[in-house]
Design a protein around this ligand. Structure first.
Ligand code: UAG
Ligand code: ATP
Ligand code: API
Ligand code: MG
Length: 485
């Protein structure tokens, strides 16, 4: 798709430029390895390396235009250079313009917060399809262009991919798109130029401190998403989360709250809890849902609030909501031929793990043994490891600490860091088996009829990443295999 550079720059403030500004370019890239003849290369300062070091490489591969924060000492006569203050921010404008500003032609709603993003975005996608619309979804599990599946690699794709996918949605006739907005994405300006119709905040608890360093800067990254919303947008926050109000402090958007406890614009209450669902009172009307766990009452309420603010009728929304099913890898239960229940859940933060274990605790009769199999991801926040170890031991009868995605780290080191959070009196409950399949097998061997095994952390993931290689690994598949041996 050939484009004139001047048509792409839009609102970007160019501090300095060199060369032919009227030039046409073929494609835009921030990765020099993808550059081909006639392309535009954007040099970004990253966490591992600096894109400015690859400008020469990009030109050797045929780049005809360069966007950078520092001009190279020697410039090439056949190349145009643009210097800006922040190339990542500028990239989101360039990408959006390159793909004809797709978010202007969709009702785009972003969901942010530590936990619940995938659940809420996916349920909104399902709900709006049931309401008869063509819809797009950008989520950790899968991206959808209406019914077409596009594999997801990130919770929030990079700026170029986002605009490319939104553009495909517009071309396919989608009216709505629901997307997860991760704190990494906000911090790296992946969503900076998008035109959001609305934003939803779920909650803020411990995660990603490897990247954000402090809880306060993690909070500021999330808040940055709401600061960026326009005055015609809506911003919905969870009034039951202690940071819910702070999120909306500086937004220009119309503010709304949801709560299961206090006064709020949208309210719900849990009337009954069962192993196959919950009876809720949602905005004054009784609603049976196929979801379990107090946190899911919040997720469903956020879904309901957004649907109402997107002008959908109360009765129709509630009717379709009662048909919604849980998202892949979120509290999915399997039962063995001899009556052992295994629950697969994506809980990979201390708060999520605690919520899931408390949910199990509320539903059990107390005669069962609860066995938790859990690990923590490598090359991610190390400070959540002891907290997760502690939660697992506190709320389970037995714990098998194991590997999640060790990535470049030693699995036994991760396990010992999780174990450090277990108090001395609970250590006897804890086993360490780093091979995840063996850990699951051991839990199943230890379990008797009616016992409950929670296999946490990987949910829908169908791989295990070890030293840069992704091996096929699917918790549900393995549980089924061992259940049926
Ligand atoms: C820490 C992080 O977020 N890293 C993301 C970031 O990469 P980076 O800034 O570290 O890149 P870098 O390797 O330092 O390179 C700097 C620049 O040089 C360029 N480069 C590099 C090498 C080369 O040969 N040529 C070249 O041009 C790179 O393309 C880049 O523009 O930008 C890349 C492009 O957008 C992302 O793919 C990459 O995600 C990595 C793979 C990642 O694992 N990210 C995770 C932590 C993440 O983003 N997770 C959140 C979910 C979190 C949640 O649970 O909520 C997500 O949104 O998925
Ligand atoms: N509203 C919520 N509050 C707390 N915990 C939740 C909530 N919703 C889901 N969880 C727990 O968190 C896990 C992850 O849920 P989900 O995938 O929806 O979150 P996410 O925000 O998309 O996570 P990620 O950051 O990995 O994209 C679930 O498996 C469940 O254990
Ligand atoms: N989006 C999260 C997912 C974590 C899932 C867990 N299985 C892990 O690999 O740590 C992250 O990248 O931190
Ligand atoms: Mg997600």
């Amino acid at each position: 798709m050939t484009k004139k550079i001047t048509d792409l720059l839009g609102s970007i403030n160019i501090v300095e430029s060199i060369g032919d500004l009227e030039r046409e370019i073929n494609a835009i890239h921030f990765d020099s390895r993808k550059v081909e003849t006639g392309d535009f290369f954007i040099a970004q300062v990253g966490t591992q390396s600096d894109g400015h070091d690859y400008i020469t490489k990009a030109i050797e591969q045929g780049a005809k235009a360069i966007l950078c924060e520092r001009l190279p000492e020697l410039t090439h006569p056949d190349v145009s250079y643009f210097r800006v203050e922040n190339t990542s921010k500028a990239l989101s404008v360039l990408a959006h313009n390159y793909y004809n500003r797709p978010s202007d032609h969709l009702k785009l709603v972003g969901v942010t917060g530590t936990n619940g993003k995938t659940t809420i975005a996916s349920l909104l996608y399902e709900l709006f399809r049931k309401l008869g619309y063509k819809v797009g979804l950008l989520s950790t599990v899968t991206n959808y262009i209406d019914s077409k599946v596009v594999k997801a690699t990130h919770t929030t794709p990079d700026a170029i991919q986002i605009s490319a996918l939104l553009n495909e949605m517009v071309a396919a006739g989608c009216e709505y798109c629901f997307m997860e907005v991760s704190s990494h994405a906000v911090d790296q300006h992946r969503t900076a130029d998008l035109n959001f119709k609305g934003g939803i905040f779920t909650n803020l608890t411990h995660d990603h401190l490897d990247y954000h360093k402090t809880f306060d800067s993690y909070l500021r990254a999330k808040k940055g998403f709401f600061d960026q919303l326009g005055k015609t947008a809506f911003a919905i926050t969870n009034a039951d989360d202690k940071n819910g109000k702070i999120m909306l402090q500086n937004t220009k958007a119309h503010k709304f709250t949801y709560s299961t406890r206090a006064f709020a614009d949208f309210r719900a209450q849990i009337l009954e809890k069962h192993f196959n669902g919950m009876l809720l009172e949602m905005d004054g009307i009784e609603l049976w849902t196929n979801f379990i766990g107090d946190f899911n009452a919040h997720n469903l309420l956020a879904v309901y609030s957004a649907a109402r603010l997107l002008d959908q009728s109360k009765e129709e929304v509630l009717m379709k909501m009662s048909e919604l099913k849980s998202v892949a890898g979120r509290f999915e239960s399997l039962v063995s031929p001899n009556g052992v229940m295994a629950i697969v859940d994506y809980a990979h933060t201390p708060d999520a793990l605690k919520n899931v274990l408390q949910t199990i605790d509320q539903l059990r009769t107390k005669n069962e043994t609860v066995i938790t199999v859990v690990g923590a991801g490598g090359d991610r926040d190390k400070t959540k490891r002891p907290l997760m170890g502690n939660v697992a031991a506190e709320y389970s009868d037995k714990v098998i600490l194991t590997s999640d995605n060790p990535r470049s780290e030693d699995p036994d080191t991760i396990i010992s860091e999780m174990k450090e959070g277990v108090s001395a009196d609970k250590l006897r409950k804890v086993l360490a088996i780093s091979d995840r399949k063996e850990a699951i097998r051991t839990a199943i061997m230890l379990a008797q009829k009616d016992d409950i095994i929670l296999v946490a952390g990987k949910g829908h993931e169908d791989y295990q990443e070890i030293k840069g290689v992704k091996y096929h690994f699917d918790d549900k598949e393995i549980i089924n295999e061992i259940f049926n041996q």
